[in-house]
Design a protein around this ligand. Structure first.
Ligand SMILES: [Zn+2]
Length: 178
């Protein structure tokens, strides 16, 4: 009988299955975009982010289309609503990685909400990131922790899925040549 030894890929697969069981986040796609590709990444990323950021309640994520907004260079990309724990992400014309990074940022705000940091009723009106010290700190944390969480997950994911990574690179190379 041959000795069973798990390859790194198998180990990752088992980890992924374990993670999938933990996914409880609702995803609602109200956009015109097919989100299959993003959903697949999310299955791996969400449990990773949840564990790392340490929140216990699951938010709901809504993918939205807003063609007018997509035309503006500084159009809105995403926001978090602490009242009903929903994350809204505008997905038109964006690279999947950019969408995931946005999600990571908003998940930090969700973690802050679970920690009671929104409890004082802060309104996120325009200019809040400059005028309100408390919100500015929260925003700084979301940028730093959100980006680093995404980056660390991405590096681990690529190592575990080298074939997927090669396929993706080839795909974007082909896209550039069209
Ligand atoms: Zn933010």
């Amino acid at each position: 009988m041959s000795k069973i030894s798990l390859s790194l890929h198998d180990k990752h697969l088992i980890e992924t299955i374990k993670w999938n069981k933990k996914i409880a986040m609702k995803v609602q796609n109200n956009s015109n975009r097919n989100i299959n590709e993003i959903s697949e990444l999310l299955e791996s990323f969400y449990p990773f982010a949840k564990e790392r950021m340490g929140f216990d309640k699951d938010p709901e994520v809504r993918f939205e289309s807003d063609p007018k907004n997509a035309q503006y260079v500084l159009g809105k990309t995403a926001y978090y609503n602490p009242e009903d724990m929903t994350i809204t992400i505008y997905v038109d014309g964006r690279h999947p990685k950019d969408i995931m990074r946005s999600l990571s940022h908003e998940l930090v705000h969700h973690a802050q909400n679970c920690n009671g940091q929104f409890d004082q009723g802060y309104a996120t009106k325009e200019g809040y990131a400059q005028e309100d010290d408390h919100l500015r700190e929260m925003e700084k944390e979301a940028y730093l922790e959100g980006n680093m969480c995404f980056r660390d997950w991405e590096d681990g994911y690529k190592q575990s899925n080298p074939l997927q990574e090669r396929k993706e690179r080839l795909f974007y190379k082909l896209l550039r040549n069209i």
